[in-house]
Design a protein around this ligand. Structure first.
Ligand code: PA5
Length: 445
């Protein structure tokens, strides 16, 4: 299998090779700590060997469940938020035809998402769209109590049951949740839903290679065994501490850049299908590293689109940023720019070239311009947008995140900060049990 590659050459003007090398022993130690499981957050390391632990029985069960949903439903709504949403969304977008939503392809159900926001119009319009349609639901929540997916599920479950009856609805609802605990587990048991387990030791943002991501990806028609085989290949490739270990190199370089004052990392893509991969990556690194007043702020842009909006800032704004560019080597299709006799747009100098060649020159030209403007960059080269390489890429970023978090000196596997907004929201909504908080927050209004 070909491997994704990491190239840090364009970062080496801002930090020296020696700066990166100086951090490699820490990266080695971090990797060893992960495998010894004696570092901070060591009860959340189930993702580390998830690819090599995932067995055929589980993958076949996910596949069979996906086939059954595909047979029964024209639309499958996947309900979840954060780590219970972004991984599946990222992979499905990366692998799908850009116009899949408009093609009305009878072989594939439409995959819609809900529970990732509390937009009233979004939910109204979703319910309106689903009226009279043949739909099913995958509801994903590790805790089973997250407000956003719980609201969406309450609405859509009610709609489905009213449309086709409780019995039939229970055959079209699949729950992915904790093995024993939580409201969703209890409901699934009572209603007889098919369920899959999110292991205790796999945190939301590290869960895409579990049923959380795999079930929606399989329902969308993609090859989850190839995805897992790519992830497994990467797990085995990156297991051993070494100066050539690309997860270590990436983690060491980003920490060297951070120490040199580069506080923001922008994940850059030149392929619109990778937009949601950037969203997934932002959660992975943001929720893992933004703690104790520390952490690189993860941002993302879609180029060349955003060169016409954020390009000015990146080229000449405050010099606290660096980039990691996702370069996709091979496209799935070929489009050649035609010659035009009038040549009024002056494009004949590139006629006969593939669009991807122009895109690649935009990418290279931008990388050089940004280096000249004080924005170093790393490059992650992906052979193609195919399941096996996405599996590699996901595992690479997850492992590098664990290593990087330990180099930074924080616990990369908790997320204490996400509770603050929930406490206030519950207090404002007068949730039972929050009486004191309700009184205190109302006094501030
Ligand atoms: O990474 C995380 O832990 C979070 O993003 C959660 O995945 C998210 O809040 C959803 O939680 P749950 O799956 O419990 O509904």
């Amino acid at each position: 299998m070909n491997l994704i590659q990491v190239n840090i050459q364009n970062a080496l003007g801002t930090v020296s090779e020696a700066d990166v090398k100086a951090l490699l022993p820490k990266a080695d130690a971090a990797l060893e700590t992960l495998y010894r499981a004696d570092g901070a957050g060591n009860d959340f390391l189930g993702w580390l060997d998830l690819p090599s632990r995932s067995n055929e029985i589980l993958l076949d069960d996910i596949q069979a469940t996906a086939v059954s949903l595909r047979e029964k439903c024209d639309i499958v709504v996947t309900i979840g938020i954060g780590g219970s949403y972004l991984g599946a969304k990222a992979v499905i977008e990366a692998l799908s035809d850009s116009f899949a939503a408009y093609r009305h392809d009878d072989n594939n159900p439409e995959i819609l998402f809900a529970g990732q926001n509390i937009g009233e119009d979004y939910l109204y319009e979703l319910q309106d769209y689903l009226k009279g349609k043949n739909f099913g639901i995958i509801v994903i929540s590790k805790s089973g109590t997250t407000t956003e997916p719980a609201i969406a599920f309450r609405l859509l479950k009610d709609q489905l049951e009213k449309a086709i009856g409780k019995d039939e609805a229970s055959k079209r609802i699949v729950a992915v949740t904790d093995e024993h605990r939580g409201a969703l587990r209890q409901l699934a048991t009572e209603e007889g839903y098919k369920t899959f387990v999110i292991e205790d030791s796999v945190g939301g943002r590290f869960s895409v290679l579990s049923p959380v991501g795999l079930l929606p990806i399989a329902v969308a028609g993609f090859d989850i065994k190839a995805l897992m085989s790519g992830a497994k290949f990467m797990e085995l490739t990156l297991k051993t501490p070494s100066a050539d270990n690309m997860a270590e190199v990436y983690a060491a370089t980003r920490n060297a850049l951070y120490n040199a004052g580069k506080k923001i990392e922008i994940l850059v893509n030149y392929n619109p299908k990778l937009h949601y991969f950037g969203e997934w990556w932002k959660q992975l690194y943001g929720e893992s590293e933004g703690k104790e007043g520390k952490g690189i702020y993860p941002a993302a842009v879609d180029n060349s689109t955003d060169l016409h909006s954020m390009g000015q800032w990146i080229q000449e704004g405050e010099r606290i940023i660096y980039e990691t560019v996702l370069s996709v080597a091979e496209q799935q299709h070929s489009v050649v720019i035609p010659n035009d006799a009038a040549n009024l747009d002056g494009l004949n100098y590139i006629s006969g070239k593939r669009v991807d060649e122009v895109n690649k020159m935009a990418e290279l030209g931008t990388r050089i311009a940004h280096v000249d403007g004080g924005v170093p960059n790393m490059q992650v080269i992906i052979p193609a947008l195919k399941e096996e390489y996405l599996g590699q890429l996901i595992y690479f970023f997850e492992l590098a995140c664990g290593i990087s978090g330990y180099i930074l000196g924080i616990n990369p596997f908790n997320q204490p900060g996400v509770e603050a907004y929930k406490r206030n929201m519950f207090a404002l909504l007068a949730k039972p049990g929050y009486e004191k908080e309700t009184e205190a927050i109302r006094a501030r209004l």
